[in-house]
Design a protein around this ligand. Structure first.
Ligand SMILES: [Zn+2]
Length: 259
């Protein structure tokens, strides 16, 4: 079982957390220069941990700079780095940063293309709005880069359609299991099996029955079980599918050994 998106370095005890509940591998997302360095350090230390390099949209306004981009470019050639991101658009915390977030997002796609790695995107709207989702959808279509992951799928139909049409994978996090997450559950039923991924986004968004507690990479199994039930398939069968998809999108073109 693979956790395709976690922030292992945010946890108090990464070494302990990685060994729990029998994961084969986990991808530790480097969401800033500081965190990408930590993710790479963990990936160098543990054979089941892989890293990504990127700058989270909520940190773009403060941290994007030529130096930041140079460092991320350097980190992205590390043999344990398997993706670029997370990037994307976030309206939830800031609505006055659309321009800089868009520019950083476009740069991440370009870097992913040059490195032949998947780009991982985060999309968050203001409640009752859909601007970030619509714009992410438009940017995915416009870039036409066929290797990407919609992380923590928010259930927006237009974004889902654009990502699927472009060949991207759709990743479901612990919030899939929440009672009110009807749009996300609908998206999880609609997504073709060969594009499905599961993730924790640990330490955030712990799935039921761990909701409210700090999330752990091993809890990805609860999200997988929920997804299997939702789609009316066997958990073991779905696990084989989502692990295969994770290997395809993250490790296909890599020289390093697959988990
Ligand atoms: Zn994340």
């Amino acid at each position: 079982m693979i956790d395709t998106h976690c922030h292992l370095d945010y946890l108090d005890d990464p070494a302990q957390a990685r060994g729990e509940l029998g994961l084969t591998a986990m991808v530790c997302i480097g969401a800033s220069v500081e965190h990408a360095k930590k993710a790479v350090a963990l990936a160098e230390l543990y054979p089941d941990v892989y890293a990504t390099a990127g700058l989270h949209p909520t940190d773009v306004a403060e941290q994007d700079s030529p130096e930041t981009r140079t460092t991320l470019e350097q980190l992205s050639v590390h043999p344990r780095v398997v993706g670029i991101g997370e990037t994307g658009l976030d309206d939830y915390w800031h609505q006055d940063q659309q321009e800089v977030q868009r520019a950083a997002f476009a740069w991440h796609i370009d870097l992913a293309r040059r490195r032949d790695l998947p780009v991982i995107i985060h999309t968050r709207d203001r409640p009752g709005q859909e601007r970030a989702s619509l714009e992410c959808a438009a940017m995915i279509r416009e870039a036409g880069y066929r290797r990407g992951i919609v992380h923590c799928c928010n259930g927006h139909a237009g974004l889902l359609r654009a990502a699927l049409d472009t060949g991207w994978y759709i990743s479901f996090a612990g919030n899939l299991t929440y009672k009110t997450a009807l749009a996300i559950q609908e998206a999880a039923q609609y997504t073709p099996a060969d594009r499905l991924l599961v993730e924790t986004d640990a330490p955030f968004l712990a799935p039921v029955p761990k909701r409210g507690k700090p999330n752990r990479p091993g809890y990805v199994r609860y999200t997988l079980d929920f997804l299997a039930q939702l789609r009316g398939v066997d958990s073991e069968e779905l696990e084989a599918i989502t692990d295969h998809n994770a290997r395809t999108v993250y490790w296909k073109m890599q020289g390093n050994s697959m988990p």
